[in-house]
Design a protein around this ligand. Structure first.
Ligand code: TYD
Length: 154
C-alpha cells in the first residue's frame, strides 16, 4: 500500500466539484486516508511550489491557489502515486486526455482542478507538509477483498 498527496485546488472548490472528484478516487477503489479543508499560507505555497517560485507565472499561480480554501487529501492504494497521477492527466487541461480529471473538468494550464504528487519521495514530503501524522488514518476498507485479487495487496 502506498499513500499519495492530492490537493483539490480553488478551481475545484469554487466550481463545486469536490464531491465529484472525490467520488472518482473512491469508485476506483482508492481509500481516503486523510482529508482537510485549509487556506494556503504564502509560506506553505512557496514550499509546495519551490520548483516554480522563479517562474514568471508564479504570482498568478499563487493568487489562483489562494483564491479560496483548498482540500488536502491523503489517498491510499497499491501503486497509489502512479494511479492517481494517471487519473489526474497532464498539466494543461486542454491537452489532458478525456477520462482524466483535468481532461474532463479543465480548460486551463493553471485552473487545473487538482494537484497530485509525481513520485513516492515527493508524496512523503508533501504529506508531511500538509498533514500531522495523526491526521492520516491507516484502516482497512471493508471491500478490500473485492478491490484487489489475492496477493496483490502489498
Ligand atoms: P507542475 O508541477 O509543472 O505541473 P503538475 O501540476 O502537472 O505537476 O506545475 C504546477 C502548477 O503550476 C500547475 O498545476 C499549474 C501551474 N502552472 C501554470 O500556472 N503555468 C504553467 O505554465 C505551468 C507549467 C504550470
Amino acid at each position: 500500500m502506498e499513500t499519495t498527496f492530492v490537493l483539490l485546488k480553488p478551481s475545484c472548490v469554487q466550481r463545486q466539484l469536490i464531491g465529484e472528484v472525490l467520488n472518482r478516487f473512491e469508485r476506483r477503489g482508492l481509500r481516503i486516508s486523510g482529508m482537510k479543508m485549509m487556506q494556503l499560507s504564502d509560506e506553505i505555497l512557496r514550499e509546495h511550489y519551490a520548483h516554480l517560485v522563479d517562474r514568471p507565472f508564479f504570482p498568478s499561480l499563487a493568487a489562483s491557489m489562494q483564491a479560496s480554501p483548498v482540500v488536502a487529501l491523503a489517498i491510499s492504494g497499491v501503486d497509489a502515486v502512479q494511479v492517481v497521477r494517471t487519473m489526474t492527466g497532464v498539466t494543461n487541461g486542454r491537452e489532458a486526455a478525456p477520462g482524466t480529471i483535468r481532461g474532463d473538468y479543465s480548460m486551463s494550464n493553471q485552473q487545473n482542478i487538482v494537484h497530485a504528487s509525481d513520485s513516492t519521495s515527493n508524496a512523503a514530503i508533501e504529506l508531511a507538509r500538509f498533514f500531522r501524522p495523526e491526521e492520516i488514518f491507516d484502516y482497512t476498507s471493508g471491500m478490500q477483498g473485492y478491490i484487489y485479487g489475492e496477493g496483490e495487496c502489498k
